[in-house]
Write a protein that binds this ligand. Structure first.
Ligand code: HEC
Length: 108
């Protein structure tokens, strides 16, 4: 059977994705900012409007400005071990807070 999403389905999907913006996230952006500063700040520029270091990991502002960076993308990234970030394995709650913080930088 071919699975088809009609125009109405596309519309609902867009509404759903739009609804999934910062305000509806489970995490607390203020806690996320504290975690980011103390934990991620060693390698990333974590504050809003932070200037990207010349070489190195992206500033969180740059992440937020990237349309590819969504809640789902961040969650997937933070819940898989990475060679470059070996000790970074936030708990589910910390992940929620970090995502809320990073996405709160969108559009700044
Ligand atoms: C030991 C240094 C280090 C620490 C600490 C660190 N990172 Fe990273 N991070 C990197 C490097 C290097 C990259 C770029 C390489 C890559 O994309 O895998 C990166 C990339 C990323 C990316 C980009 C993924 C993408 O698709 O472009 C995200 C998101 C991220 N880090 C989040 C975090 C968060 C959140 C924390 C704190 C909980 C953190 N990092 C702590 C080094 C670090």
């Amino acid at each position: 059977m071919v699975f088809r999403i009609g125009p109405l389905g596309v519309c609902c999907l867009i509404l759903f994705l739009r609804a999934a913006t910062a305000q509806d996230l489970p995490g607390d952006p203020f806690l996320g900012r504290e975690i980011a500063e103390s934990w991620c700040g060693e390698c990333h520029v974590t504050l809003p409007d932070g200037i990207d270091m010349l070489a190195g990991p992206p500033a969180f502002q740059a992440l937020a400005d990237d349309p590819a960076i969504t809640e789902i993308a961040l969650r997937a990234f933070l819940q898989t071990p990475h060679d470059e970030m070996p000790d970074v394995m936030p708990t589910p709650a910390q992940t929620d807070h970090l995502i809320a913080y990073i996405l709160s930088l969108k559009g700044r």
